[in-house]
Design a protein around this ligand. Sequence first.
Ligand SMILES: [Zn+2]
Length: 339
Amino acid sequence: MKISEQIVLKNFQIESLISNNNYASAADYFFNSQINSWEFLKKNYEALRNVQTKSFWFNGFKLKIQFNPGRIKSTSAEVDENSVKNRECFLCIKNLPEEQKGIKIRDDFILLCNPYPIFPQHFTISSFNHNPQSIIESFGELLELAKLLSPRYTLAYNGPACGASAPDHLHFQAGTKNFMPIEDDIHQLKNDFGKVVQQDEFITTIFIDDELRKLIFIESTEQKELEKSFRTIYTTYKKILEEVVEPMMNIICSYNNDFGWSVIIFLRSKHRPECFYKTDLDRILISPAAIDLGGVVVTPREEDFIRTDKDLLLKIFCEVSVIKKTFSLLAEKVKTELR
Ligand SMILES: [Zn+2]
């Protein structure tokens, strides 16, 4: 048996759900099965149930802070080229822990339980192959996976230079639906801060600057239209920044039968805020990625959890988001392109 086949959990219930295309229930069933057979996983999800949180209200939207010591490794992961080259890839199947199993989605992805959770159910969906994280190559797959898992889960993507802890291995995350405040708040954000750049019977694209984050919201029932708009945004943005690599972005994507896909793209200017690199008491370990920008800000250390307040969040989010001028310019150009 090939190593990629050994990882797939053999289970009649899961196989029958998958054969009915019910991946969401299969993932839920699989999650519980892994909890019962993998002690380390069980312990970490039990610990998550008791984590402290606190919330801050901004202008019509909420940010939740989660004190989550289990995330210390991911938050402080070294993701520079050298460090990545010199470690074993933790998403390659041959390097996974013995207890870890997965379920196959489409032919090319494996869904795994994330042993360092933020969501009540938290998965990594990684490619069977060791190919670099790249959204322009995989946006269509993100949409398809979001649809397959839609009744229960929301997907997230982190760019290779702004939050992915394995920038060399293509992967997404999936977590309990509506756990991130932005999934509710987006409608208010749209009304209060939205600038519509594209709207017809198939698709709506809105630029939103809520004074902390700069995000683009796309809603559509048509996959092809969505892919086209995303490609336009991506290439226009890359051109403006004069980037040769992927422009920094984090994405949250969900699907519902009435409205189709909701895609939220956060545009970034840097990976980590200055305070992350300070020493001793000045250091604050917050390393924003899709889930943090979606409103669940993870602090692995208690001292950071305690001192995080509205001002600090405002400062960090503004610092890591693209600047106003670039965001407005992009909105203008994309509006012309998509007309
Ligand atoms: Zn790998």
